[in-house]
Design a protein around this ligand. Structure first.
Ligand code: I6G
Length: 675
């Protein structure tokens, strides 16, 4: 090798090692601590630099390089792995009484007045074991039947939440870590959307999607799926002790680069366990992943050892399950709804059933292709699923219970509301009513959206009132709302003088708004609250948004070609110009938006959210902050600028106080984000 080449090779070796270390560190900040230090774009830049170096000098590629997560060659079949320490199951509790009995038995067995437990959510995924030898990941396996599972090492390596090498020091020479691989709700929704667009299988729930994605013979497919892992314990370990408490073991795992639950807590006594269950139940819908209960474990390892096992479950652990999110019921009819964009959605009318604590009488069937794929028919017994605030959906049909003479469902050729032709464009999964705002259903939806709390916030304009106003031809478009008078309103059903007066006051009050609310209220496809906000602060005034071409629109953070095209299409429509003109003439106004040189007034500021906000989910709050340029971190540190404090705030508030970090209550927070 020439001396020049030797120099460049030795430089490359050094640089590749630096890049690997940096990428590992940023991965750890992002996934384990939920506290990224650099923007995604910078991570990608470092990653590409390493990829380029390794491309130039293939000998530099190491098995634990972050570039090696893309997935190797497909396997013919999975090998079998025997678990040296069996992967047991957990006993379940379904009531407060079950939980109290568990605590009572544990206290009696170890003769203790009170026991400290470690509590954490039970993630709805699949249990996986990771084996590290001298800190290097050498094997990943599924739980299987608890005694032997499948060797999914290649696939496990593609998950960025699974470290290929442990960080720091002090870990045992052999360490088997256990946890749950799951698919976050958002990734699941996006995956299913992609699958639907490509005519591929739709997954029934995130757990099935996670299992289907992890058990792929082609690791490149696994690499393309949004899987994550959260660790909850250890199996076998050798040549070094761990800790005296389960909670300390988890802390160690975190230090070594493994992700553990940010919701975990150590609690004393059964009353605290019950409180935790209630609190987590209240948060369940707003967590970014699905959980199906709480797992409690006796925290002291010596007590765990004294308690031992019964059959295949430890006597020191218990899963207290939340109410089921899937139930069976019968389809009484299949209706068709017409949405704001004219899309026809088939909806199963069900024999009402309690699912996860709420009564479900309607469940979406998404579109005609989905009805056919699941082959749902009137009279069928179906599995219905309700997860969080998501609209309930029909998961599958219980074919064995199908009655005779059922009929295949077809969407109508005419809009069920206005009778106009129904059109399905090539490449689209939705069929739409072709009548646009002439269609009463689309007008009603547009008005409902305009008046909604996050848009123009017109109190009292509910579904029944909108129905009457549109059906009686009193309101054609939203600008007609501002021409309503007392006499017209009082002529409507269920409208007394007092409510009519109140309603007129509410309409009057809505005239004074903000540009971001107004943009959101217009109901432009693909423009949600966060996008409306960025548009308002980027352009400063409505005229500028209306006149912006697609290139200008795409300069706005988060506005890509699809959103830009929808905004352009909306403002190209003369009818929309007319409505906006009438609204402004009616007195709808907003204060001038101070034009920022950047649309990121909170750039450089770090926020932490804690507790529950009354007016929005944590994800929404995070999106708002990020759209204004702020960074949202999962833990409080000296670098935190503000902690936003909702109801029942936890330890993050204590830490903020201890560190002297500024706190914002919900009111101040909403003010800050201009909400
Ligand atoms: O299946 C499980 C899910 C979560 C577990 C588990 C867990 O802890 C949070 N812990 C144990 C000990 C077992 N299964 C056997």
């Amino acid at each position: 090798m020439s001396p020049a080449k030797q120099v460049s090779l030795s430089k490359a070796i050094k640089r590749a090692a630096e890049l690997r270390e940096q990428l590992d560190y940023h991965n750890y900040r992002y996934y384990v601590l939920d506290d990224p230090e650099i923007p995604d774009a910078e991570y990608d830049r470092l990653f590409r630099e390493l990829q380029t170096l390794e491309g130039k000098f293939p000998a530099l590629v190491t098995a634990d390089s972050p570039t090696q997560r893309v997935g190797g060659a497909p396997l013919k079949a999975f090998g079998t792995v025997r678990h040296e320490a069996p992967m047991l199951s957990l006993d379940n509790a379904f009531s407060e009484e079950d939980l109290r009995n568990f605590d009572r038995r544990a206290r009696a067995a170890v003769e203790a007045e009170q026991i400290y437990y470690q509590a954490e959510p039970k993630l709805d995924g699949l249990a996986v074991s990771l084996l590290y030898e001298s800190g290097v990941l050498v094997r990943g396996a599924t739980r299987g039947d608890g005694f032997s599972g499948e060797d999914i090492t290649q696939n496990a390596r593609t998950l960025r939440t699974i470290p290929l090498r442990l960080r720091g020091r002090g870990y045992p020479r052999v360490l088997e870590v256990r946890g749950e691989v799951y698919m976050p709700k958002m990734g699941f929704a996006q995956l299913n959307q992609r699958q639907a667009e490509q005519g591929e299988k739709i997954f029934a729930n995130p757990r099935n999607a996670a299992a289907g994605s992890l058990r792929q013979l082609d690791p490149r497919i696994t690499a393309s799926r949004p899987l994550e892992m959260m660790c909850y314990g250890v199996g076998k370990f050798e040549d070094a002790g761990l800790a005296a408490r389960h909670s300390e073991i988890l802390e160690r795992l975190q230090e070594w680069g493994l992700r553990i639950s940010p919701e975990r807590a150590v609690l004393e006594g059964v009353e605290a366990l019950l409180k935790y269950y209630q609190r987590l139940g209240g948060k369940r819908d707003s967590l970014p992943y699905e959980i199906d209960g709480v797992v409690y474990k006796v925290d002291r390892i010596d007590l765990q050892q004294r308690l031992g096992f019964v059959a295949r479950a430890p006597r020191w652990a218990l899963a207290y399950k939340f109410p089921a999110q899937e139930e069976m019921t019968r389809v009484l009819d299949i209706g068709v709804q017409v949405g704001r964009t004219g899309a026809l959605t088939p909806v199963a009318r069900l024999k009402p059933i309690l699912v996860g604590g709420a009564t479900v009488a309607n469940a979406t069937l998404h579109n005609e292709d989905e009805v056919h794929r699941k082959d749902v028919r009137v009279g069928d017994t179906v599995v219905v699923r309700r997860a969080g605030d998501v609209i309930p959906e029909v998961v599958s049909v219980v074919l064995e219970q199908r009655p005779a003479h059922t009929k295949v469902f077809h969407l109508p050729k005419q809009c069920p509301v206005c009778g106009s032709e129904v059109i399905r464009m090539e490449g689209e999964s939705a069929a739409r009513c072709s009548a646009g705002l002439v269609c009463g259903a689309q007008r009603k939806e547009a008005i409902r959206h305009y008046a909604s709390r996050r848009a123009m916030d017109i109190e009292g304009l509910g579904e029944k009132l909108i129905e009457q106003l549109v059906d009686k031809d009193i309101v054609h478009d939203v600008s007609d709302l501002y021409r309503l008078d007392l006499a017209t309103l009082m002529a409507l059903e269920r409208m007394g003088e007092k409510s009519a007066q109140n309603f007129l006051v509410a309409i009057g009050a809505s005239k004074s708004t903000t540009l971001n609310r107004f943009l959101f209220a217009l109901g432009i496809r693909e423009v949600g609250e966060a996008t409306a906000h960025t548009l308002a602060s980027h352009f400063g005034e409505l005229e500028a948004v209306m006149e912006a071409d697609e290139e200008a629109l795409q300069k706005v953070p988060d506005v890509g070609p699809v959103v830009a095209a929808q905004i352009q299409a909306f403002f190209h429509e003369p009818h929309n110009h007319e409505v906006i003109k009438k609204l402004v003439e009616a007195g709808v106004h907003w204060p001038a938006v101070p034009r920022k040189t950047s649309a990121a007034p909170l750039m450089g500021k770090t926020f932490v959210l804690t507790g529950t906000l009354a007016g929005m989910s944590r994800d929404e709050a995070k999106q708002h902050l990020q759209s204004l340029g702020a960074k949202v971190s999962g833990s409080v540190s000296g670098k935190t600028d503000y902690v936003v404090v909702g109801a029942e705030a936890g330890s993050k508030l204590d830490k903020a106080r201890a560190l002297g970090v500024a706190t914002l209550d919900e009111k101040d927070f909403l003010k800050l984000i201009g909400h």
